[in-house]
Design a protein around this ligand. Structure first.
Ligand code: SF4
Length: 90
C-alpha cells in the first residue's frame, strides 16, 4: 500500500474510532504499565472499527501502542502468522 493510499484508508475508518472521544486513556503506554494497557484495550473492545484498526496496524507494522485491542507483542505474533500464510500461499 502506498503512503498516499494508507492516508486515505486510515482517514476513513478513523472517523468512527472509539478513541476519538476518549480522554485520559493512553494508547501508547509503557509495556510494563498493565493498568494503562487494560484501559486502552477496554476502549478498543467497544470500538466499531477495531478489525480495520488491527489490520492497518499489522499491515503497516506499527510497533508502538495499542491498536485494535492488541499490544505490539501481540501484533508481532499475528503479523508473523500473517506473513507465514502469505509465504505458504505464494
Ligand atoms: S481499535 Fe482501539 S486504537 Fe483502534 S481505532 Fe478503535 S479505539 Fe482506537
Amino acid at each position: 500500500m502506498t503512503p498516499e493510499a494508507q492516508d486515505i484508508y486510515i482517514d476513513n475508518w478513523r472517523e468512527a474510532a472509539a478513541c476519538l472521544d476518549t480522554t485520559g486513556v493512553d494508547f501508547f503506554p509503557e509495556p510494563s504499565d498493565l493498568a494503562a494497557i487494560s484501559r486502552a484495550k477496554a476502549v478498543c473492545a467497544g470500538c466499531p472499527v477495531a478489525d480495520d484498526c488491527l489490520t492497518w496496524a499489522i499491515e503497516t507494522n506499527q510497533d508502538d501502542g495499542v491498536w485494535g485491542g492488541h499490544t505490539p507483542a501481540e501484533r508481532r505474533a499475528i503479523r508473523r502468522r500473517w506473513l507465514e500464510e502469505i509465504r505458504r500461499a505464494s
